[in-house]
Write a protein that binds this ligand. Structure first.
Ligand code: HEC
Length: 106
């Protein structure tokens, strides 16, 4: 009985962590300099995050491919300006950012 309770609370707290992690994504994006080229709802140097979410809405594995684009840079998908790579971001941060970008609404 006690151990069941422990497992339930463990699952609950892991879920809460995942949520909190995505909630911190805008701050992570700010701290990582993303907003010097991107905005949520309009094109700046790079495409709006909401436009990216829209373009890849039906693509499975989108988060993984966007994580690659953020890490290694991207060119030719949105226009003539390339995005430089972000080699210093951890795998966890890349996953958080790419998952979050896909949730941005205009
Ligand atoms: C120096 C400007 C600049 C910075 C800084 C920048 N981006 Fe970009 N980003 C761009 C441009 C330009 C494109 C379009 C590239 C293309 O056409 O393939 C882009 C494209 C993207 C895409 C779409 C890639 C694809 O495969 O379609 C994502 C996702 C993205 N950026 C996320 C980020 C995140 C997250 C950060 C912060 C870690 C960031 N960007 C920082 C300029 C920038």
């Amino acid at each position: 009985m006690r151990s069941t309770l422990f497992i339930v609370s463990l699952i609950a707290s892991t879920g809460a962590w995942a949520q909190a992690d995505l909630a911190g994504a805008p701050d992570l994006a700010k701290a990582s300099g993303c907003y010097s080229c991107h905005a949520n709802g309009e094109k700046v140097v790079g495409p709006a995050f909401a436009a990216i979410a829209d373009k890849y809405a039906t693509e499975k594995d989108a988060a993984a491919s966007l994580a690659q684009s953020i890490q290694n840079g991207s060119k030719g998908k949105w226009g003539r300006i390339p995005m430089p790579g972000h080699a210093s971001l951890s795998q966890g941060d890349l996953k958080t950012l790419s998952t979050w970008v896909l949730t941005v609404k205009p």
